[in-house]
Write a protein that binds this ligand. Structure first.
Ligand code: SF4
Length: 328
């Protein structure tokens, strides 16, 4: 089935079957839970048991009693679910659904960097490989990063990895001077301030809302900055009617569902293509999802020593998030 070469099961799917109904059937038959990230295509979001951002998904993965976790997201997210659930089967529809941000921190290079700063502790954004997690003291997400940083004594030097934009934003918000690894997300670095400014002239009442992985000039112009879940909540509760949304376009589906009377405009990228669609996230399709549930492949596997080392900083994050009232 060419799994190794393609990263997914290359099997023809009968075009007459109802994939939504089949996925529901497989969930029940196999006691499987389907977790989907907000950046997944709308069809996948609609068939998921839980849709969320990295923090919500990690929390759901930690508390599920399903036998199988099907993760409609990218590789590091499914890895996180496996780290939290060593005895459960964790499936990812396409193993090649990676992440440019996670790839920007290769473990051997990061290990050397860490060794050069032995007095620093390492806080890593969850968008990193299991190997980087294992080299970290605490993991964070964009939803809890500020609280995590604030929980660390002020005189303790910190390395923040891998996202330099989120790190710079956090330095500004918390008044720290964390040492930043030079990584970035290809999707959130693509927005054009010039095009956004022109768009705002055509939509003067629209509010710019942005994810903290965006570059500083975009964040400075934004009227609200937050994680994907925070952007969604803000857009629903706020009293404006129009928003320019600077993050991956997948979130617009939930925004439109939760606030159908409002208008959501994707922030324009600095070129002509739809580069604010994450190409990694969009590798998952409904067909691949169905096949992966039917055949229980591709599966995420992990060396136990690595898993145990990567678990510690994730547990630390969940503890701090619980204590701060960010999760139940
Ligand atoms: S949007 Fe960026 S950070 Fe998120 S999965 Fe895609 S490349 Fe990675």
């Amino acid at each position: 089935m060419n799994l190794e070469k393609n990263g997914f099961l290359d099997v023809d799917v009968d075009p007459t079957i109802d994939l939504f109904a089949e996925i529901e059937r497989l969930k029940k038959e196999k006691n499987a839970i389907l977790l989907a990230h907000y950046y997944q295509e709308p069809d996948i979001q609609d068939v998921a048991d839980y849709i969320g951002d990295s923090l919500g998904l990690a929390q759901q993965a930690a508390k599920t009693d399903a036998d199988i976790i099907v993760f409609a997201g990218v590789h590091f997210m499914a890895e996180t679910a496996k780290i939290l659930n060593p005895h459960k089967k964790v499936l990812l529809p396409d193993l090649k659904a990676g992440c440019s941000l996670a790839d920007s921190a290769p473990a051997p290079l990061f290990k050397k960097f860490k060794e050069q700063h032995p007095d620093h502790i390492v806080v890593s954004y969850i968008n990193c490989s299991a190997e980087i997690k294992a080299l970290s003291d605490i993991i964070c997400t964009s939803g809890n990063a500020e609280k995590i940083i604030e929980s660390i004594p002020e005189d303790q030097p910190i390395i923040f990895a891998p996202d330099k934009n989120l790190g710079a934003y956090l330095n500004k918000k918390t008044g720290r001077n964390m040492l930043l690894w030079n990584g970035a997300c290809m999707v959130h670095e693509i927005f054009s301030l010039e095009k956004i400014t022109r768009l705002k002239m055509r939509h003067p009442k629209a509010k710019l809302i942005a994810h903290p992985e965006c570059e500083d000039p975009i964040l400075r112009e934004a009227e609200f900055v937050g994680s994907t879940t925070q952007l969604l909540k803000f857009a629903v509760k706020d009293d404006a009617q129009e928003y320019i949304v600077a993050t991956e376009t997948g979130i617009l589906h939930q925004m439109q569902k939760d606030a159908p009377h409002k208008t959501f405009i994707p922030a324009p990228p600095n070129n002509a293509c739809a580069c604010n669609d994450c190409p990694h996230m969009k590798l998952n399709t409904l067909e691949k999802l169905y096949l992966c549930m039917e055949h229980e492949l591709p599966e995420i596997t992990m060396n136990e020593q690595l898993r145990v080392a990567a678990l510690k900083p994730i547990e630390r994050m969940l503890e701090i998030s619980r204590a701060a009232g960010l999760i139940g």
